[in-house]
Design a protein around this ligand. Structure first.
Ligand code: HEM
Length: 215
């Protein structure tokens, strides 16, 4: 792909990610007692430790969501390798915080959608943590082909949480919420617990295979 087209696409993506990252930062800050807390089931006024997990999760996740796409811009990598390396370390650290804090929230309070959502989001958290660590490990070992593969997986997982909301937005626009309900037990809701990251990871795997075969 032409470099200018790639840059335009990533810039557009970051513009689209900004409202979600903004939402996550505001919500996370409210959970930590900064600003007026919105009406929400996610923050319990009498349980500060649990709030720390979900709030820290949102704040760290916002940074990961915005930094991960920037890593894919070739000229940024080549002209500012120091930025790429430090940003990579920050993404790994905060990806681990996002995933681990999300898992603490799931294990301590459970999700609104029950065990299927616990499972879908639990797997999502574990995969994000694995991908972040592998992306950094392979870079440090100089295994650049593996690094690129793990970086792509990390990218799709990093924007997964945003994709989850995009899927819902598009679905509600198209169907007015068919097979979806407030307790997240509709068929669409159940599928969504995995559909915001597994299909994308599958496409990445297929693409990597084609590349390895030189297609
Ligand atoms: C990658 C960046 C991520 C961001 C920016 C993010 C942001 C958020 C935000 C803002 C919420 C509050 C609900 C809402 O307003 O939509 C939330 C809830 C939640 N997130 Fe994340 N998240 C990210 C990744 C993850 C990961 C990797 C996991 C898996 C462990 C996860 C698990 C959860 C869970 C379980 C909830 C509560 C669901 C509920 O019961 O309503 N998130 N997240």
């Amino acid at each position: 792909m032409h470099a200018a087209v790639g840059l335009a696409l990533i810039s557009l993506l970051i513009l689209l990610l900004l409202p979600f990252a903004h939402h996550a930062v505001l919500f996370g800050a409210e959970g930590l007692g900064i600003g007026t807390l919105r009406d929400t089931y996610l923050i319990a006024v009498d349980a500060p430790f649990g709030n720390l997990a979900i709030s820290g999760h949102m704040l760290a996740g916002a940074v990961v969501t915005l930094l991960a796409p920037l890593q894919l811009i070739p000229w940024l990598r080549m002209r500012h390798p120091g930025w790429h390396r430090w940003s990579g370390r920050v993404i790994t650290l905060l990806g681990l915080v996002t995933g681990a804090a999300g898992l603490v929230h799931i294990l301590s309070r459970g999700t609104i959608g029950g065990w299927v959502m616990d499972l879908g989001f639990g797997l999502y958290g574990l995969l994000l943590m694995l991908a972040c660590v592998q992306t950094l490990r392979t870079a440090r070992a100089g295994r650049m082909r593996d690094h690129r593969a793990w970086a792509l997986r990390t990218f799709w997982l990093a924007i997964g949480s945003w994709l989850y909301r995009v899927h819902y937005g598009l679905w509600y626009l198209a169907t007015d919420g068919l097979a979806s309900n407030p307790d997240f037990s509709g068929t669409f809701d159940l599928m969504q617990n995995f559909a915001f990251y597994l299909p994308y990871l599958l496409i990445v795997e297929l693409w990597l295979r084609l590349q390895r075969r030189g297609v």
